[in-house]
Design a protein around this ligand. Structure first.
Ligand SMILES: N[C@@H](CCC(=O)N[C@@H](CS)C(=O)NCC(=O)O)C(=O)O
Length: 215
């Protein structure tokens, strides 16, 4: 399998964690989001993903885009160590947490949105950072409440003793929050889950600074 990735892309980071948790062999093809005007816009990559965003997975010629779709595909193809918990309610809650990150928090702070704020709306760096921190904090506040409400108490991970879809989305978002120096002290449950995840090699090896294209 080939994963089109950029070390700091949190959506690609999710898929790297997923591939590692499943113990799958894959090769990283770096796509630099800033160099050459953004290599995601170059014809070679547009052929892979016409939406011009990372990640994309090439599984023996089968191309899949969108991190959550890729993760669900991997989970269906390799059902051992499932990404979703056992009961329907828990599966729905896990998806809801993953989508809180992937659909509500992340899109507002994506590179192209930040670039639009800067280049088209002429928002200064302070204003852009304020925007970023605001939407991440609001999103994490909601996520902390969801985890408190639906997470299994007394377990290392949100739905028990193994991490899954919710953690796969949470950890890259926490990385992004730290990068933008967001105060995370109001999110004790998220911090506790993050600490447990980062003890696992699947998460460690997916980290931005461990990637072949890390700057
Ligand atoms: N919903 C998409 C989001 C993909 C996405 O926004 N990727 C970012 C990197 S994390 C990207 O490629 N940004 C390039 C750009 O904004 O031009 C997914 O989950 O895969």
């Amino acid at each position: 399998m080939i994963l089109y990735s950029y070390f700091r892309s949190s959506a690609a980071y999710r898929v790297r964690i997923g591939l590692n948790l499943k113990g799958l062999d894959y090769q990283i093809k770096p796509v630099h989001l800033l160099k050459d005007g953004g290599q995601q816009h170059q014809p070679d990559y547009v052929q892979i993903n016409p939406v011009q965003l990372l990640p994309a997975l090439d599984d023996d010629g089968l191309i899949i885009t969108q991190s959550l779709a890729i993760l669900e595909y991997l989970d269906e193809r390799y059902p051992e160590l499932p990404f979703l918990p056992k009961t329907s309610a828990e599966r729905a809650w896990a998806r809801s947490m993953a989508q809180t990150v992937a659909c509500d928090i992340h899109p507002l702070n994506n590179l192209r949105v930040l670039q639009y704020l800067k280049n088209e709306l002429h928002a200064q760096e302070d204003a852009r950072n304020q925007w970023y921190r605001h939407w991440v904090s609001v999103g994490l506040e909601g996520l902390e409440a969801l985890v408190q409400r639906h997470g299994k108490k007394g377990h290392a991970f949100i739905f028990g003793d193994t991490p899954g879809m919710a953690e796969i989305c949470l950890i890259p978002q926490m990385f992004n929050a730290r990068r933008f120096e967001i105060d995370l002290t109001a999110f004790p449950r998220l911090l506790a889950v993050e600490e447990k995840c980062l003890e696992l090699s699947a998460f460690q090896e997916a980290a931005p600074d461990r990637q072949p294209d890390a700057a």
